[in-house]
Design a protein. Structure first.
Length: 81
């Protein structure tokens, strides 16, 4: 009985460690300094264990087209954390 309880404890702790380590990644899109949209990379299959992988998806300010107004050029920045 002690072996069964020991094995169950190890399995429970292992499952807890594996599921709690991976984090989701939120990327916020700014157009002309205003928050427009937030994308979350957490579809159940993608988990980030290294924070730098998420933050490296950030994009510095550049000129691009708006997702709100078709054809309008705006200053676009994407910050991921």
């Amino acid at each position: 009985m002690k072996k069964v309880l020991g094995i169950m404890a190890v399995v429970a702790v292992s499952a807890l460690m594996l599921t709690s380590c991976g984090k989701k990644c939120n990327c916020t899109r700014y157009e002309d300094g205003k928050k427009v949209a937030i994308s979350t990379y957490d579809n159940g299959a993608t988990k980030f264990f290294e924070k730098s992988v998420c933050t490296d998806m950030s994009v510095e300010k550049h000129q691009g087209y708006s997702v709100v107004t078709d054809g309008k050029e705006v200053s676009v920045e994407i910050k991921c954390k």
